[in-house]
Ligand binder design. Structure first.
Ligand SMILES: Nc1ncnc2c1ncn2[C@@H]1O[C@H](COP(=O)(O)OP(=O)(O)OP(=O)(O)O)[C@@H](O)[C@H]1O
Ligand SMILES: [Mg+2]
Length: 281
């Protein structure tokens, strides 16, 4: 059964529990989560909180110990992993582990070929994906010549060439400098604007505040926050309990409880400071 782009949700997770065997470690505890088509969601939480484990349920690599995972309206149990690749693209936590072809174009062509695209379709998909990520000039090169940011973009291109509806990117900016981070995130933003649903994990809260629209916070396998980024970053106590530090501007905003998260802006802070000054005068 196909991933239905007209289904109410791209991802629907109901009371998901997952226990790693044979050691019996429970990494996810009663997760409930719905993600609509077209969202840009950041999944955050400290190391070991369960982000990758949760993502692996969305690509069919893990089967729920208890609960249900529904992808594009179809229960994940009724689909095989290779079939999911048509609709759901997964960019690994470390792209170097994902790249194995001798040339950039072969790397990007691998997915479409595997999915049975014709030669012409594969050629068109490779050209478009390389253009989208800004790597056309490296088409005939070996991936070895690429820098870390370029490798990350190549990993994204090799998934994009399969034209997935949902793109899941695990830690896209590890080891990148700020300029490269922005380049990768600008690319992801463009993909979201052109209709791809994005789920991204990251430890970089500044990037979350700049790019994601919704944030979900995991702590020790439990979902403790879920909402618009501004509202999640306003929850300083819960964030602290998950060892997450909101970007500094949110910590400043927390000094002004009269500003509601939906009104967060630099202007809002400026107005609140002026009002406080007047009160004190
Ligand atoms: N194959 C495995 N066998 C047993 N336990 C595992 C396995 N993989 C992960 N875990 C455990 O499950 C928990 C969640 O791990 P997971 O990799 O999902 O965390 P994460 O949030 O992605 O962390 P990071 O930010 O470091 O990528 C951790 O305690 C981890 O040690
Ligand atoms: Mg991880």
């Amino acid at each position: 059964m196909a991933f239905n782009r007209d289904s109410e949700y791209a991802v629907e997770i109901k009371h998901l529990w997952y226990t790693y065997q044979p050691m019996g470690f429970t990494a996810l505890k009663d997760i409930n989560l719905t993600i609509r088509h077209g969202e840009f969601l950041a999944l955050i939480g400290q190391n070991g909180s369960g982000k990758t484990t949760l993502i692996k349920h969305m690509i069919g690599l893990h089967k729920a110990t208890k609960g249900e995972v529904i992808l594009g309206g179809v229960p994940s149990t009724s689909r095989v992993v290779s079939d999911l690749a048509h609709d759901i693209g997964y960019v690994f936590q470390n792209p170097a582990h994902q790249i194995f072809s001798e040339t950039v174009e072969d790397e990007v062509a691998f997915g479409p070929k595997n999915l049975g695209f014709s030669r012409e379709e594969t050629e068109a998909a490779v050209t478009k994906a390389l253009e989208d990520v800004g790597l056309s000039e490296f088409r005939k090169e070996s991936p070895i010549v690429l820098g870390r940011g370029q490798l990350q973009r190549l990993a994204i291109a090799s998934i994009l060439s399969m034209n997935p509806q949902l793109l899941i990117i695990d830690e896209p900016t590890t080891g990148l400098d700020w300029r490269e981070c922005i380049r990768v995130l600008e690319l992801v933003k463009k993909l979201n604007e052109s209709g791809h649903t994005i789920i991204m994990t990251t430890h970089n809260m500044n990037l979350v505040s700049l790019y994601a629209k919704r944030a979900v916070v995991l702590r020790l396998g439990e979902k403790i926050l879920d909402g618009p980024v501004d509202e999640v970053f306003a929850e300083s106590e819960k964030l602290k309990s998950a060892y997450i530090k909101a970007p500094q501007v949110y910590r400043l905003l927390s000094l002004f409880p009269e500003i509601r998260p939906e009104d967060y802006s630099i202007q809002g802070v400026a107005d609140a400071i002026c009002a406080k000054r007047k009160e004190g005068a």
